[in-house]
Design a binder for this molecule. Structure first.
Ligand SMILES: Nc1nc(=O)c2c([nH]1)NC[C@@H]1CN(c3ccc(C(=O)N[C@@H](CCC(=O)O)C(=O)O)cc3)C=[N+]21
Length: 285
């Protein structure tokens, strides 16, 4: 068996086209979705991501603001900017790029973002609404992954999903969203004793631990769907996932590549969330 590749770039193009058309419809009503991205410091990787978010906005017809602040920005200054963006009518989504410099308390900043504009889905109220199953803006990477499964008609109901990694922004929300679609979910992490025994039972295996090529074919149940959320930059500059793609590809039914898998979907779902936030404020269906 050789797996089919879940192409995040192609699916992103399809969804962005849909968002673009919806944006044109809003434009006729005098509404333009607006996203503000705030970047503190000069981390080169963050610069690249922020630029691609800005580019995506322009492509879709969104209004876009990028705030680049120096590394020595105080927490008070950053909270001041967040507050200003909370008030600003042209802005429907606010994203503060993480990680923040050490002298700034990330939690204080996330908590300060208005829930209606929380397009990252990181605010405690957004998280709480997601857990309960109420309407909320979903975190972009988990939402992007679910979209890849659904749009390729990959069955979730009744399947055993195993998630490796329990972070607040990836592992935990992905587990919840899979469970919401009636999967049976097992969460594994660095302290799990019998990891392979568990992953070999997985119909759907999601890997989000941040260790290059951690998963090889010995983890895989034949025919499994493998979702690689890892992004590891090797010393030679190459970007690789948590899954050893070449080793696993012949064992599974579907697999996401890195790059070109979940990553592009993350930015696409940020655009979807910004559109949703704009529609909600203006009470448009
Ligand atoms: N508040 C906040 N929200 C975020 O969503 C957020 C963040 N902070 N901090 C950093 C991480 C990282 N992240 C990525 C998004 C897309 C790609 C992506 O498009 N990756 C491409 C490759 C890009 C490349 O070649 O470097 C791919 O996988 O094909 C990667 C990483 C969002 N993050």
């Amino acid at each position: 068996m050789t797996a089919s590749v879940l192409d995040g770039k192609a699916l992103s193009r399809t969804i962005r086209e849909e968002v673009k058309q919806e944006t044109a419809r809003l434009q006729e009503l005098g509404i333009q979705p607006g996203l503000a991205v705030v970047l503190v410091g000069e981390d080169p990787a963050s610069q690249v991501y922020v630029n691609s978010k800005h580019k995506a906005c322009l492509e879709l017809g969104f209004y876009s603001e990028v705030h680049r602040l120096p590394n020595d920005t105080t927490q008070e200054q950053l909270l001041g900017l967040v507050d200003q963006l909370n008030q600003q009518g042209t802005i429907h989504g606010i994203l503060v790029q993480l990680p923040l410099p050490k002298h700034i308390d990330e939690k204080a900043v996330i908590d300060a973002i208005s829930v209606e504009k929380d397009v990252d889905g990181f605010h405690p109220i957004s998280v709480g609404n997601m857990v309960i199953g109420d309407e909320s803006l979903l975190p972009c990477t988990p939402a992007g992954m679910m979209e890849m499964l659904k749009r390729n008609r990959i069955p979730i109901e009744g399947k055993h999903a195993v998630v490796i990694g329990r972070s607040n922004i990836v592992g935990k929300p992905i587990s919840l969203l899979l469970q919401r679609e009636n999967a049976t979910v097992t969460m594994c992490h660095s302290r799990t004793n019998n990891m392979r025994e568990l992953t070999r039972m997985a119909d759907i295996l999601v890997v989000a631990i941040g260790k290059a090529h951690f998963v090889d074919r010995s983890f895989i149940k034949p025919g499994a769907v493998v979702i690689d959320v890892g992004m590891n930059r090797l010393e030679n500059g190459k970007l690789v996932g948590d899954v050893n793609f070449d080793d696993v590809v012949e064992e599974c039914s579907w697999i996401t590549p890195v790059p070109g898998g979940v990553g592009p979907m993350t930015i696409t779902m940020l655009m979807v969330n910004t559109l949703k936030a704009a529609k909600r404020v203006h009470q448009i269906q």
